[in-house]
Design a protein around this ligand. Structure first.
Ligand SMILES: CC(C)(COP(=O)(O)OP(=O)(O)OC[C@H]1O[C@@H](n2cnc3c(N)ncnc32)[C@H](O)[C@@H]1OP(=O)(O)O)[C@@H](O)C(=O)NCCC(=O)NCCS
Length: 232
């Protein structure tokens, strides 16, 4: 049962006691971050090795290692539930058939550990993650100005509460703050998401036919979009 009286959207971090984030710390606070620079976000350099990152957020006072790990386990479990629910609902987001809970949890764990990924979540009134979206940055030297929006997912029980527009606005704000000027994404042609991106000011590039297989075996198109953020 999902109750949402006040939508809560936040970056997903798993603070460890004594400092150092366990996974995926979105840098906050405004300075442009580039891979390979000291004090950067920890994105890997061109050789694929992580660069020194700024320290992650410290654990709030009183948060023990066990609390941290319990929160991480709960968040991973809820993220897995959101992913499974969306695939079961027919979303074409990487899986033909919904993954098992174990596989979905392992997938999120690996995804969040990738230093090029930044993830935001929407929580219901109980603190449970019911929505998520991520940015995939790139360490390619010629592409540090761009990122791809991936895995915009809202649990079916949490739809209609404006999590999706809230997450997308948060991501755009983050991208501008980080000095990114270009966002890209792709989504199943003819889906609700495709019509939303158009409404939200994304520019359609075109469709790639036969891009992804869906349940039942058919191949469906994906539509590619971009949004130029420009200077503000
Ligand atoms: C697409 C998706 C992210 C929308 O999430 P959401 O939080 O429920 O979105 P909201 O309810 O806040 O609605 C956003 C807009 O969509 C409209 N909308 C929502 N459901 C709709 C529906 N079934 N039919 C028509 N419009 C709909 C809302 O009216 C709202 O319009 P507005 O901004 O003009 O007011 C969600 O349906 C989802 O997770 N789908 C499966 C995963 C997916 O396809 N992700 C995209 C991959 S790229």
């Amino acid at each position: 049962m999902v109750t949402v009286t006040a939508m809560r959207i936040e970056p997903l971090t798993f603070p460890a006691p004594g400092g150092g984030a366990l996974v995926s710390p979105p840098s906050r606070g405004g300075s442009a971050v580039r891979p390979g620079r000291p004090g950067g976000s920890g994105r890997p350099g061109q050789d694929g090795r992580p660069t020194p990152g700024r320290p992650g957020p410290s654990a709030p006072a009183g948060l023990s290692l066990l609390d941290s790990l319990a929160a991480r386990t709960a968040d991973l479990s809820h993220l897995a539930d959101v992913l499974i629910d969306c695939v079961q609902g027919g979303a074409s987001v990487g899986w033909v058939k919904a993954p098992t809970k174990e596989a979905a949890t392992a997938w999120w764990s690996a995804f969040l550990a990738d230093p090029e990924h930044r993830t935001w979540v929407g929580r219901d009134d109980s603190g449970r993650i019911v929505a998520t979206a991520s940015l995939a940055l790139t360490s390619k030297d010629n592409g540090v100005h761009r990122a791809e929006v991936v895995k915009l997912l809202v649990h079916r029980q949490a739809r209609g509460h404006r999590f999706a527009p809230g997450l997308m606005a948060t991501i755009e704000r983050f991208a501008r703050t980080e000095g990114l000027s270009l966002l890209t994404l792709d989504t199943e042609t003819g889906s609700l998401a495709e019509s939303l991106y158009r409404r939200w000011g994304w520019t359609e590039v075109g469709a790639v036919p036969g891009f992804a297989r869906v349940a039942g075996g058919a191949l469906v198109s994906t539509t590619i979009f971009y949004k130029q953020l420009g200077a503000r």
